[in-house]
Design a protein. Sequence first.
Length: 185
Amino acid sequence: MVFEDLSESQYINKVPQKYWGFAYLRPRSEKKTALSLNGKGIMCYLPLMAVGRMHHGTKVISQKPMLPGYIFLAVNDEERTELKKTDNNIIHIELLRSAAAENKLIEELNALRRFELLAQKERVLINPGIQKGDRVLITEGPLKGLTTEVIRRNDECDSIVVNISILNRNIEYPVSAEILEKITA
């Protein structure tokens, strides 16, 4: 795999008199929050990746957050306080005030940015840790809360086929990989 070089404008850098950190958001509000922050002139980073799903027999590609529920931002204490008061989508903002911690985050964000660029050209597996035979919890949709077993992965359709046993019958059903949570013993 060859990483593309990032142009200087694509790198995430230290911002004078501000701290990089992350905000924990309400579900499915990442894009809206990024637009709001950009509109307020606040530097933020929302890593996205293309995700395909089947909808009525047609594959639909959309941009989804790589880290659902989080956005990275650089703000000062006054901006942080104001955002917590005015933005209902932000649950918590954690700023990294230590230079070492902030530098590590910036390094990780730049690595994530490279991965984001790579994901635009090459296939990226969602939830690669979930494999055949694993026990999983379905976290969204009509089967939310169901604990079941993975029968196989179908990475061409970004789905994982799960087995549902009802009345001594086995039913296989494809579920989007992003709504599964692996159950560990």
